[in-house]
Design a protein around this ligand. Structure first.
Ligand code: ZN
Length: 189
């Protein structure tokens, strides 16, 4: 299966959850232009920031294994095989972090802020997380979460959680869920 995935664009250019190939990219540009004082026209492009999210039109989920690079969708090398070929795993866990890593821990921003504090970018961009509660322990915060992530084995799921955790991680349970139904049965591997 690995060889097939490596040689075929359709292996990664698809939704990692339902394997649909109906994808859409939302691209936002932010540009800073120097203005020519004679004409009022932009004379020079000083900086440009591009942000993009690829989404599946069938299940509407974001695609964290895909990025837009110079106008073309490319796979994220250390992530796409795990997401496309993996199954969902649900972990119940705690991450203990320095309180400075959490910006706010109450109010409407709290869940995002605690998730980012616990798992950084992977927490907010790749995993589905539910913060159950958190406790303050002197200078530290113990964050209890339920996390769904895609992996090909329980070992890989554990490795990914450990790599993402921004402080000591304790996994209380880890269970494999069934993959959502594929978009088209004849495309299933
Ligand atoms: Zn999908």
């Amino acid at each position: 299966m690995a060889d097939e995935l490596n040689t075929d664009r359709s292996a990664w250019l698809r939704c990692y959850r339902c394997w649909s190939q109906r994808l859409e990219a939302q691209v936002h540009y932010d540009a800073i232009l120097r203005i020519d004082p004679e004409t009022g026209e932009p004379a020079e492009r000083i900086d440009e920031v591009q942000e993009s999210v690829v989404q599946c039109l069938d299940c509407m989920h974001d695609q964290p294994h895909l990025a837009v690079d110079e106008g073309r969708v490319v796979p994220i090398e250390d992530r796409w095989e795990r997401l496309v070929a993996g199954t969902p795993w649900v972990a119940s866990c705690t991450v203990t972090v320095d309180q400075d890593l959490v910006e706010v821990c109450s109010g409407p921003e709290a869940a995002d802020s605690l998730t980012y504090g616990a798992f950084g970018d992977a927490g907010t961009r790749e995993f589905f997380t539910h913060v159950r509660f958190h406790k303050h322990d002197e200078e530290r915060i113990v964050i209890h979460l339920l996390v769904e992530l895609y992996a090909r084995s329980s070992n890989e799921a554990t490795d990914v959680l450990e790599a993402a955790a921004r402080g000591p991680l304790e996994i209380t349970s880890l269970a494999e869920e069934s993959r959502p139904p594929a978009h088209a049965a004849d495309e299933a591997h």
